[in-house]
Design a protein around this ligand. Structure first.
Ligand SMILES: Nc1ncnc2c1ncn2[C@@H]1O[C@H](COP(=O)(O)OP(=O)(O)O)[C@@H](O)[C@H]1O
Ligand SMILES: [Mg+2]
Length: 328
């Protein structure tokens, strides 16, 4: 019989098994986890501290009949909800690729269900399985992210109930059962974010706030009450304050340098302000546009520095406004 896996696939499988093993044995150091997550997601320490606490407690259990955690991230767009899911995949499952992301705006009709859990026997594609079930059958240890869930067709919520409540989903066609008890499910939504922000202004106690937010979601009928009951925790992300935005700019600059094989040791604050102002002008894009602004500002300079043999660099602004990129 010929080998069903190519050499590359076999290598991937071995790597996957190795990292899964590593993950299985690991005890979570809550402080290290918070440090790692906050190095990537700024200004949401209240969320990160509680997420780390909750995951550490659940991670330590030997038996579970539900996902390790089912987390609902609420708040305005561009505040770090998706970024935190990615940071969790990197920290807990060693690689950002262990994040399975679904954009719920692509699941606005009944066909979304077959995309997720496969076509019934006898239908076209029944042997291929579902995009959700097949991936979890192949690798149960990952972050599963459903972005902007309020945009999903309501029938999809039945799948969520089963996935979050029983920790399993049966694939149509194959009848195989995907097990979610080794996964973390993150759902994001910016529904009702203005009303939620008002509630957030009025209530400072985190528990009270969460209850009030859940009640609001229930009353506004955005989600069915039984779905709200399935979330282990609901978190409200704050709009980014100016200083936090500046930190995000600095992170993006460091990441860009890294992509060019450089280490950025210092950036002049006025350059950070410039990048911030440029991206703020593009109102619709906000923080998302930052990556392009930063690349346009620094990309050429980084290439020159790299070609000149630099490794560690600093970026200053000369008296005439020109950029100065020098070895650090
Ligand atoms: N709090 C934050 N900390 C660090 N980066 C952030 C933060 N908020 C947004 N970003 C950056 O902005 C971009 C969009 O953020 P994202 O997490 O996708 O927003 P959303 O809350 O809409 O999911 C990403 O490139 C991310 O790196
Ligand atoms: Mg998002």
């Amino acid at each position: 019989m010929s080998d069903p896996l190519s050499i590359t696939d076999r290598d991937r499988l071995i790597a996957l098994l190795a990292t899964a093993q590593q993950g299985a044995n690991r005890v979570i150091d809550e402080r290290a986890m918070c440090e790692s997550l906050t190095s990537r997601v700024r200004g949401q320490d209240h969320v990160i501290a509680d997420v780390a606490r909750l995951i550490r407690l659940e991670w330590g259990k030997q038996q579970r009949s539900k996902p390790i955690a089912s987390l609902l991230f609420l708040g305005p767009t561009g505040t770090g909800k998706t970024e935190l899911a990615k940071a969790l995949a990197t920290y807990l499952f060693q690689d950002e690729r262990n994040l399975l992301r679904f954009d719920c705006s692509e699941f606005s009709g009944p066909e979304g269900k077959t995309r997720l859990i496969g076509s019934p026997t006898g239908y076209v594609g029944a042997d291929q399985g579902g995009q959700l079930t097949r991936r979890v059958l192949n690798n149960p240890r990952q972050i599963i992210l459903f972005d902007e869930i309020e945009k999903a067709w309501p029938g999809i919520f039945d799948l969520f109930l089963s996935m979050l409540g029983d920790g399993r989903l049966t694939e149509q066609g194959s009848g195989k059962v995907a097990d979610f008890t080794q996964s973390i499910v993150v759902l994001t939504s910016n529904a009702e974010h203005e009303a939620i922000a008002r509630i957030q202004d009025q209530i400072s106690d985190p528990h009270e706030l969460r209850n009030a937010v859940k009640s609001h979601l229930r009353d506004s009928k955005v989600f069915r009450p039984e779905l709200i009951g399935r979330f282990d925790a609901v978190y409200v992300f704050k709009p980014l304050e100016p200083l936090v935005k500046a930190e995000v700019v600095a992170i993006k600059m460091q990441l860009l340098a890294k992509e060019y094989g450089l280490e950025l040791c210092h950036v002049a604050p006025e350059l950070i302000c410039e990048a911030l102002m440029k991206s703020e002008k593009l109102k619709d894009f906000g923080v998302r546009e930052l990556i392009n602004v930063v690349r346009d500002l620094l990309g050429s300079g980084f290439i020159e520095a790299k070609n000149a043999g630099a490794r560690k660099i600093r970026v200053d602004v000369a008296a005439n406004g020109d950029l100065e990129i020098q070895p650090a």
